[in-house]
Design a protein around this ligand. Structure first.
Ligand SMILES: C[S@@+](CC[C@H](N)C(=O)[O-])C[C@H]1O[C@@H](n2cnc3c(N)ncnc32)[C@H](O)[C@@H]1O
Length: 266
């Protein structure tokens, strides 16, 4: 489990981004809509399910889930994110400050868990899968997205020209994620990887977007301060190698989408 100090840092970084998050959340909206479509069958087969949006952030998808379901809970580590969600979203969503590694639910109590771009922060990931499985009812569904190795490869390669510090968080491979799921009793209905490429008008635009999404916390970075002007210029020059004919700077996100169902006999 991440240390309390690390979890507090993640919550703080996201909390500081709560007001700017929604305008920068292009990737989140795209990925979140993909896994919403995975729930179509559940909407028909389960009457009045209890639905949890795990790592709800500003509550955007909890709000969308609320349009189809009565009982929606938005859960997040960051109280600032939850305060923002409480102000902006349906007032009959239940907002809960809690950690995915210690969910405040009894065994076999939840029907559907939805989680968009959150579990890349969970370490070890296998423990998070086990905790999610514990609280789901037999036959319950977990849909999720996360990011995989190869995400922000252009940024990583550009920084590699400057120094060997960490500038992009370490993401797992699809095989690693699959291995972690296999430590549980989930049946894998779907597990896929797809690249999503977003265009930025400048490298600064990309850096600002990552910051406003709260995704700039790097646990293994040696030099915690801001990068010096010279280093930054060297990196942005290296990034020009990826510039498209239209002048845009692409950034690749390797998206993992999954649909897991808890075995009925557990
Ligand atoms: C990239 S944001 C995604 C927010 C939202 N799911 C969306 O689609 O816009 C990740 C969120 O996960 C939360 N988070 C990270 N680690 C968590 C944990 N261990 N338990 C609960 N929430 C966590 C962060 O506070 C942040 O709000």
């Amino acid at each position: 489990m991440p240390t309390e100090q690390l979890k507090a840092k993640i919550a703080d970084t996201f909390g500081a981004a709560s007001n700017s998050y929604d305008v920068s959340a292009r990737l989140q909206r795209q990925s979140g809509n993909i896994i919403l479509s995975y729930l179509q069958d559940n909407m028909l087969s389960t009457t009045d399910p209890i639905v949890v949006d795990l790592g709800t952030g500003t509550g955007y998808f909890a709000d969308v889930l609320k349009t189809d379901h009565h009982n929606v809970i938005g859960l997040d580590l960051s109280k600032s994110m939850l305060n923002y969600a409480r102000e902006q979203r349906h007032n009959d969503i239940n907002w809960l400050a809690a950690d995915i590694h210690q969910l405040p639910f009894t065994d076999n109590s939840i029907d559907i868990i939805y989680s968009n771009l959150v579990i890349q922060w969970c370490d070890p990931l296998s423990d998070a899968f086990k905790e999610i499985e514990r609280v789901l009812k037999p036959g319950g569904t977990f849909v999720f997205t996360t990011l995989l190795d190869g995400t922000l490869s252009e940024l990583k390669q550009s920084w590699a020209n400057v120094n060997d510090d960490q500038h992009v968080i370490d993401f797992k491979s699809l095989t690693d994620v699959e291995q972690d799921i296999k430590t549980t009793n989930f049946n894998i209905e779907l597990l896929e990887q797809q690249p999503i490429v977003l265009d930025y008008i400048s490298v600064k635009h990309l850096a600002n977007e990552l910051k406003s999404l709260g995704a700039s916390h790097l646990p293994n970075k040696v030099n915690k301060g801001l990068s010096g002007k010279g280093s930054w210029q060297k990196m942005t020059k290296a990034y020009q190698e990826f510039q498209s004919d239209s002048g845009c700077y692409p950034a690749t996100y390797q998206l993992c989408t999954g649909k897991l169902v808890k075995a009925n006999n557990k």
